[in-house]
Design a protein around this ligand. Structure first.
Ligand SMILES: Cc1cc2nc3c(=O)[nH]c(=O)nc-3n(C[C@H](O)[C@H](O)[C@H](O)COP(=O)(O)OP(=O)(O)OC[C@H]3O[C@@H](n4cnc5c(N)ncnc54)[C@H](O)[C@@H]3O)c2cc1C
Length: 440
């Protein structure tokens, strides 16, 4: 089935140093091209590498390092070390695939080709887009300068470049406002902006500094969390712990020297308020990368790869699928969602290759371990309809130490040892077993 594929120019040593000045102008050809070797791209490539061989499976990914991003929240809280979030990409890329260390700059969907930054062209029969979404710190005036200034009190868990500065900012916090933001755009892990708020609040309590600090969570959303069951639990926590939550409030400017943040009221954009801060944790607006968002054939109006939300197949080009954060499927953008999509994309792609009906559908499963302190967590799990889809046979809308340990110690092991090897499709099977087969 996967027999045909070849490189037009022999390309034995495909792992190359990335440099925008080095023009190669080679043409590669493959059966399946996976663009993006992050969470979803690597998990799917690992699965495909068991059926395809090195000459007909290409992974296009520019980075040397792969980050397990869900651990950034715990690095920010001083709970985990940065080194535990990172592995070399070359140690994760399956041996049975060709890794081109380069990035896509142009997709020609009518000709089935992708051009790369180094000047190569890749011809494919089937394309998987797995390029994720990126933090756009530069869109908020004053933010990048403030993040680079260690005295500003401005920090962010959303980038490997800034996450290690979060805990030092927390440690220096003694009084004043500690403000946590949620932007007016889709974000990856929509729970993380408030997880770091709860961790900071817990830290202040443990250090005996809580009464001097005013903790504020300013979110652009109209709700604290999209799923009512968990939102109810989180509102209760905020009330009990005196966290001030302001909805429809969007960060638009940062002055790190004066330690002032400007917010707009999204319901009355002309209404701006300037708040002084001692600590400002910023979650920036996010978008798909330029090569994706600028391609109108590939994307919807919001710049996401336009797929059928059940099959993950492109709505106009049946030989294209998307996985992970870059897809238009309206699930919560999480690694947990990418895991649940992996087998759906894999099996549906195989069916397209055989001209068969697509066998699997994705139900929108996403999970968000809402860490609420140094030893507690609410494990939110839900589907497209925002109905809870819980794995365990006990109530998951309450804070539990067991769920904190699951997030901190168990899920990373599953990620590195199963998901990165294409062996983890999410907890659906465990859910069935735990609920004696009575649950979806
Ligand atoms: C602070 C934080 C906390 C999080 N917490 C959780 C959590 O608790 N639970 C959870 O499930 N998820 C969590 N997530 C979200 C999770 O990390 C992402 O949803 C997941 O990594 C998405 O996988 P992806 O493959 O779509 O994108 P990514 O893993 O981001 O990978 C995208 C890849 O595409 C590559 N790429 C980009 N552009 C191009 C191009 N033009 N050409 C080629 N390659 C390209 C990039 O280099 C990258 O390797 C968190 C994320 C953050 C930042």
């Amino acid at each position: 089935m996967f027999a045909r594929c070849y490189n037009k120019i022999s390309h034995l040593n495909s792992i190359r140093p990335f440099s925008s000045t080095k023009i190669l102008n080679e043409t590669h050809s493959c059966k399946v091209l996976v663009v993006g070797g992050g969470t979803g791209g690597l998990a799917l490539t690992a699965k495909l590498s068991r059926t395809l061989n090195k000459s007909n499976l290409i992974l296009l990914e520019p980075s040397n390092d792969h980050y397990y991003q869900p651990l950034f929240t715990l690095v920010g809280g001083g709970i985990e070390k940065m080194k535990d979030t990172r592995k070399y990409e070359e140690d994760l890329v399956p041996k049975n695939c060709t890794w081109l260390k380069d990035k896509a700059v142009d997709f020609n969907l009518k000709k089935n080709t992708v051009n790369t930054a180094l000047g190569d062209k890749i011809e494919y029969d089937y394309l998987i887009v797995a390029t994720g979404i990126i933090p756009r710190y530069e869109l908020i005036p004053g933010l990048v300068e403030s993040l680079k200034n260690p005295e500003s009190g401005v920090c962010s868990i959303y980038s490997p470049n800034y996450v290690e500065n979060v805990f030092p900012v927390m440690q220096k916090l003694n009084s004043g406002n500690a403000i946590f933001t949620f932007p007016n755009s889709p974000v990856k892990c929509p729970g993380a902006p408030q997880k770091i708020c709860y961790i900071t609040e817990d830290y202040l309590r443990k250090e005996g500094k809580r009464t001097n600090v005013n903790v504020i969570y300013n979110t652009s959303l109209p709700v604290i969390f999209g799923v009512k069951r968990y939102a109810d639990a989180l509102w209760k926590i905020c009330k009990e712990r005196d966290i001030n939550v302001n909805t429809r409030t969007n960060l638009v400017r940062v002055n790190g020297e004066k330690k002032e943040a400007t917010f707009e009221n999204l319901d009355k954009p002309e209404e701006k308020s300037i708040l002084p801060f001692s600590m400002l944790h910023v979650v920036p607006p996010m978008s798909t990368t330029e090569a994706i968002s600028s391609n109108k054939d590939l994307t919807n109006a919001a710049g996401f790869v336009e797929v059928d939300k059940s099959t993950m197949q492109h709505v106009r080009f049946p030989n294209i699928f998307a996985i992970g954060d870059c897809s238009s499927s309206p699930n919560s953008k999480t690694a947990a969602a990418a895991a649940a999509q992996t087998n759906v994309v894999f099996e549906n792609l195989k069916a397209v290759m055989k001209n068969q009906k697509l066998p699997l559908t994705y139900d929108g499963y996403a999970s968000c371990p809402l860490v609420t302190g140094y030893d507690k967590c609410i494990l939110a799990e839900f589907d497209y309809e925002l109905n809870p889809l819980e794995t365990f046979p006990f109530r998951q809308d309450v804070e539990r130490t067991s769920m904190f340990l699951l997030k901190k110690d168990v899920i990373p092991v599953i990620y590195w040892n199963l998901m990165m090897k294409g062996l983890w499709n999410g907890p659906a099977l465990f859910r069935k077993i735990m609920h004696l087969g009575l649950h979806k």
